[in-house]
Design a protein around this ligand. Sequence first.
Ligand code: SAM
Ligand code: SF4
Length: 401
Amino acid sequence: MADPPLAGTDISSHLAYAGEAKTQCGVYVHWPFCLSKCPYCDFNSHVRRAPIDEQRFVRAFAAEIASTAARVPGRTVSTIFFGGGTPSLMQPAAVSAILDSIARHWSVAPDAEVTLEANPTSVEAARFRGYRLAGVNRVSLGVQALDDRVLAELGRLHSAREAIEAMRIAQNAFERTSFDLIYARPQQTPKDWEKELRRALAEAGEHLSLYQLTVEPETPFAALHAAGKLKTPDDDAARALYDTTQDVCAAYGLPAYEISNHAQPGAECRHNLVYWRAHEYAGIGPGAHGRLDIDGDRHATATEKSPEAWLTRVESAGHGRITDDVLTREEMADEFLLMGLRLAEGIDPARYAALAGRPLDAARIATLQENGFVEMTCAGRLRVSMPGFPVLDAVVADLAA
Ligand SMILES: C[S@@+](CC[C@H](N)C(=O)[O-])C[C@H]1O[C@@H](n2cnc3c(N)ncnc32)[C@H](O)[C@@H]1O
Ligand code: SF4
């Protein structure tokens, strides 16, 4: 069972980021609307028949930014991420207004990374220059596949050709780009995947996110899967696809720095590193999560998920927050382990010990090491090894037990 928060004990020293240059602070902004709902997706994304009152949402985002900044004043924001949903459905003026609100309430680092997730349709690509002028300097495109038949099965509204065109437009408009592909799809063989991945890498810039298809509960894909109409690769096939991914990306100079993310060294997504390194971030918008350090405690926050309910809540209360839990030391330590071991760089065991109030179990580490699932680096960091990544959940559960 988790420890209760230690009454009257300031644990801010345990939140200190031992071994890392400096505490980073990120802001996540959630735009919850899409043109259509993809059958595999369980993100907080909604399709609306009526036009969205963007101005009203922008005012609500501004109010929630102001109320969050009042709780955690004086931060220097190093990363901002517009996620969704489909943020590339927003007008550039809306993105610009939200960025202005963030800059009004916190200071934004001169070299801040500002990412926007975009779907690669031509309509959205036409807005890229506007986003750049608004202050976005990195775009993450949801390409998903480079095969029109597969894109149709995934319920996507774009073709492979349109996706490649959008990538090129993005590469001209932004200093930094990334794109997402989903693999381990029904009937996909390592040979097919290698061909598709090589084609993707030929177009890629500095960063790629490569996700294994997850059949999420209560999605149309889950219903098809349960009816035996959607067959995902078994463990061995998924493992072969994973190995192909690692080999091909490494050969192209984009090794994995996280279980699903590949980048040229130095081109990692700094915003996602904020999560994985357990730094501080504010979650703004419907269903957004945050981790805020207030008076020496770490708060786990979450807002109302339904876009309309969030809007009315913000309009009446000034924020859409419905969860604000102070994490116990045990919870912080577990989260640190869970997030940090996704990274190729691994974790600093001393930071774990400072958070948990006890070190990791040396005997468990030794057994996992003997089995080849984890390794200690010369700098004393604990990291998951290549054979350990496909069984990451089990490794984390073992270490956290
Ligand atoms: C917030 S979503 C999508 C952003 C954008 N709306 C899009 O569709 O391109 C971020 C990424 O999660 C991945 N994703 C979503 N659902 C998934 C699933 N069930 N399995 C694997 N990857 C998934 C997709 O690659 C997607 O681009
Ligand atoms: S994958 Fe992207 S476009 Fe599709 S429903 Fe999810 S958030 Fe919307």
